[in-house]
Design a binder for this molecule. Structure first.
Ligand SMILES: Cc1cc2nc3c(=O)[nH]c(=O)nc-3n(C[C@H](O)[C@H](O)[C@H](O)COP(=O)(O)OP(=O)(O)OC[C@H]3O[C@@H](n4cnc5c(N)ncnc54)[C@H](O)[C@@H]3O)c2cc1C
Length: 230
C-alpha cells in the first residue's frame, strides 16, 4: 500500500505578555478564553485556492523546550498557534517484514522552502494582531519572538515547529497510480476492502482533522447501506 503522500500540519507560536490579573486589575486582564475559542483561517499568498494558515489562541505561554530557554517566558501570557497546511511531504516506510515492527517516520518538516516563507509571514501577521489597538489594553511588554533578524526568526521557527497530530494521506483517494482508494473508499484492485479514516484524505486539511474523519465514517456507512439495499 502506498505510504508516500503524507500531510503533516505544523504549529508555530507567538507568545505575548498579558497584563497581570491581580485584584483591582481585572478589567485589564485578558479574559480567560478556552484554547481555540478564537480562530482564523487565512492565506499566506493570494494565489492559493484555499487558506493554508490556521491561527488559534491559547490562554498561556506556549513555547517548545528548544525555544523557551532563550526567552524570558512570562507567567501571564497568551499565545497564537499557527497551524499550517504545508507543501512539504513526509514519508512512512516499513522497517521490517514483521507487521509489528515500528515504521520509520520522516516528517520532512520544512523540506519545501516555501513552508518557511509561509510560516514567517504567519508570524509577522500574528505579531501585527498582537500589537493591534483592540488587544493593547490586555497586553504588557513585548511578544516572543519579538522583532529579530531574519536568521533569528528562522531559528525560532525551526526550533518552534511541532506536530499538529493531523497525519493523513497514506492511502489517499484518487485515480492516479499512487492513489489507494476510489471515490467510494474501495481499495483499487482489491475486492471487498474499504478504508475509512484520515489516511484516505488526498491532502491534509488546513483545520483540524477529527470532523473530516467523522464525515469519512458517515460516508462509508452510507456507501455500505446503499450497496446492501441495492
Ligand atoms: C494528541 C492528539 C490531539 C489531537 N487533537 C485534535 C483536536 O483537538 N481536534 C481535531 O479535530 N483533531 C485532533 N487530533 C487529530 C484527530 O484525532 C485524528 O486526525 C483522527 O482521530 C484520525 O481519525 P482516524 O479514524 O483516522 O484514526 P484514529 O482516531 O486513530 O482511529 C483509529 C482506531 O483504530 C484502532 N485500531 C488501531 N489498530 C487496530 C487494530 N489492529 N485492530 C483494531 N483496531 C485498531 C485504534 O484503537 C483507534 O480507535 C488529535 C490527534 C492527536 C494524536
Amino acid at each position: 500500500m502506498s505510504s508516500r503522500y503524507q500531510g503533516w500540519a505544523v504549529i508555530c507560536t507567538i507568545t505575548s505578555h498579558s497584563a497581570p490579573c491581580g485584584r483591582g486589575l481585572a478589567s485589564t486582564c485578558l479574559p480567560r478564553a478556552l484554547r481555540g475559542q478564537t480562530v482564523s483561517f487565512w492565506k499566506s499568498r493570494g494565489d492559493l485556492d484555499a487558506p493554508n494558515l490556521f491561527t488559534y489562541s491559547i490562554p498561556a505561554p506556549f513555547l517548545t523546550p528548544e525555544n523557551a530557554p532563550r526567552f524570558h517566558v512570562p507567567r501571564q501570557a497568551w499565545s497564537f498557534a499557527i497551524g499550517m497546511r504545508p507543501q512539504s511531504r513526509g514519508i512512512v516506510t516499513l522497517a521490517g517484514r514483521n507487521p509489528s515492527d515500528p515504521p520509520r517516520i520522516d516528517a520532512g518538516y520544512l523540506r519545501n522552502p516555501q513552508d518557511l516563507e509561509d510560516i514567517l509571514k504567519g508570524l509577522a501577521t500574528c505579531r501585527e494582531i498582537a500589537r493591534s489597538a483592540a488587544l493593547r489594553p490586555f497586553t504588557k511588554g513585548d511578544s516572543i519572538p519579538g522583532e529579530g533578524s531574519r536568521s533569528e526568526l528562522e531559528r525560532y521557527v525551526r526550533d518552534g515547529l511541532v506536530t499538529f497530530w493531523h497525519q493523513s494521506g497514506t492511502a489517499r483517494m484518487g485515480r492516479d497510480d499512487a492513489s489507494v482508494v476510489d471515490g467510494r473508499l474501495k481499495v483499487h484492485g482489491v475486492d471487498g476492502l474499504r478504508i475509512a479514516d484520515a489516511s484516505i484524505l488526498p491532502r491534509v486539511t488546513t483545520g483540524n482533522t477529527m470532523a473530516p474523519c467523522v464525515v469519512i465514517g458517515e460516508q462509508a456507512a452510507m456507501f455500505l447501506r446503499e450497496e446492501r439495499e441495492g
